[in-house]
Design a binder for this molecule. Structure first.
Ligand SMILES: Cc1cc2nc3c(=O)[nH]c(=O)nc-3n(C[C@H](O)[C@H](O)[C@H](O)COP(=O)(O)OP(=O)(O)OC[C@H]3O[C@@H](n4cnc5c(N)ncnc54)[C@H](O)[C@@H]3O)c2cc1C
Length: 175
């Protein structure tokens, strides 16, 4: 979209799989994740990284994440990634070893090279505002980003200094 407006913004995909179990009686009552999740989020490695995140749902299935890898927009199911997710989850919750996985799904986290999103007006294209590149936190951060964009659109001062999120902070890509 940025390119259509004549500017560059290097948003790239970071693939992630989630494994979904059969419905279970409530046993995982809180989202539980291993501490290495934080290091994985910040890592610049292109290879497969997995750190267990296990979350129950009101409907019963348990969601098991999280893998991260930079493989472009490849949606092919990756058995090594799913195996690593299952192994990590059973280390946290051994009872999951006897539970069936119903399905898996993949998505792409949109990331920028410094792991920060782009939020706000683009000085290179007056009238263009960005709200993208939130990587693995875009759902949680949506209300905050929406609030900052609303302030920018209505000409108010942002509640947060937008300098770290400037859309023009990366070198221009060669056309
Ligand atoms: C496995 C996984 C787990 C995650 N877990 C969490 C979590 O626990 N908490 C959290 O906060 N976030 C999580 N995220 C991250 C979150 O999903 C993203 O940060 C968020 O979806 C990004 O929102 P977005 O609107 O910027 O981009 P997207 O959700 O990617 O939306 C972009 C939209 O633009 C459309 N589009 C693309 N090109 C065009 C075009 N040319 N014209 C028109 N439309 C176009 C696409 O179809 C898409 O609908 C997770 C992501 C993954 C993959």
């Amino acid at each position: 979209m940025a390119a259509r407006a004549g500017v560059s913004l290097p948003v790239l995909p970071r693939r992630g799989f989630v494994l979904v179990t059969e419905p279970l009686p409530p046993r995982v009552r809180h989202k539980v994740y291993a501490a290495d999740y934080v290091a994985d989020v910040a890592s610049d490695s292109a290879g497969l990284q997995t750190s267990p995140v296990v979350e129950g749902t009101p409907a019963g299935p348990v969601l098991i994440g999280a893998s991260r890898e930079r493989v472009g927009f490849d949606r092919t199911v990756s058995l090594p990634a799913l195996r690593a997710l299952a192994a990590g989850a059973t280390r946290l919750f051994p009872f999951l070893a006897g539970v069936r996985a119903m399905r898996s799904y993949a998505g792409f986290r949109p990331y920028l090279p410094d792991h920060l999103p782009a939020i706000g007006p683009d000085p290179r294209a007056p009238g263009l505002l960005h709200a993208c590149g939130h990587e693995g936190a875009g759902i949680g951060l949506a209300t905050g980003t929406g609030h900052l964009i609303a302030q920018a659109l209505t000409g108010r001062a942002p509640d947060l200094d937008l300098t770290p999120f400037r859309p023009d902070r990366f070198p221009e890509e060669a056309a």
